[in-house]
Ligand binder design. Sequence first.
Ligand code: NAD
Length: 312
Amino acid sequence: MRGHIGAGKDRGMEMAVIGFIGLGNMGLPMASNLVRAGHEVRGYDTSPDARDAAVARGVRIMAEAPHAATGCAAVITMLPSGAAVRAVYAEASGVLRAAPADCLMIDCSTIDVESACAAHAMAGQAGKRSIDAPVSGGVGGAAAATLTFMAGGTDDAFGAARPVLAAMGARVVHCGAAGAGQAAKICNNMILGISMIAVSEAFALADRLGLSRQALFDVAANSSGQCWSLTSYCPVPGPVPASPANHGYRPGFAAALMLKDLSLSQAAAAQSGAVTELGAHAMRLYRDFIEAGHGGDDFSAIFRMIAERSVS
Ligand code: NAD
């Protein structure tokens, strides 16, 4: 091991050997930023295309997942689902066994709180520290190293993870104990899903009332209707030039991923007894949108479905 995370004075500048499992749309740019920061990154992905792309970015691709953990100061996972994370953490995969005793396990995937806690438990049983650290900021934030990390775990694990996460993001927030990062992520994205629908409905209503979109934007952006879905990610073309609405609703953040996050928040609400009626309705609307074939569109394209329903 070239460096030990969490030791030394200038923890953010250390070089370490870091394992990275899951080199997809998010994982690849995140791993690239670790390489850029001077870390040696040992990567693994089940997809040959993802492996080839990672080699081109300076990631050392390993033949098996456990090899990506051997000799590492930290192992990061960036995987599509709770099932995938559980599979990598499970005894049978050999990843936790291959990782050194002081290795820190960091899961950055967006997954259900239950799977996140199960992953922490498996890491703990193997004697490893762990944190859940899902991200906000999307593919653009991953490429620019401006992600926000929401972390759950002990103070010790968080302190060790912070310098690694800081190389891939602009903000690293310790949200609480194991699973708290995932809890913060799904609460935030429930707000986002609901607010995008609220903004879309307001523009659909404005269209029916003959109010110009720019006029609604100019008023609401400076009034109590102001929110990120309006001012940074406006779902109609025009007012915010950088928003996906001006670029054919190319993601950005795909509608299928929004449905995934709303489904996770509804599952957590059902399990915890929270009443989240707008969250449930937002999930149903996104499901309709995806069943109509729009899972690959940016999630702000839900405006089009809402506007079409208003016309019929
Ligand atoms: P992706 O599908 O592009 O990448 C996932 C990668 O994991 C794929 O390359 C896949 O081959 C690999 N993989 C799956 N199972 C594996 C296994 N067992 N071992 C090794 N590799 C495996 O997904 P993504 O967009 O990179 O998203 C990753 C995670 O980040 C998800 O949990 C997602 O919800 C979350 N997220 C995504 C975004 C976004 O905008 N894309 C934003 C925030 C959070």
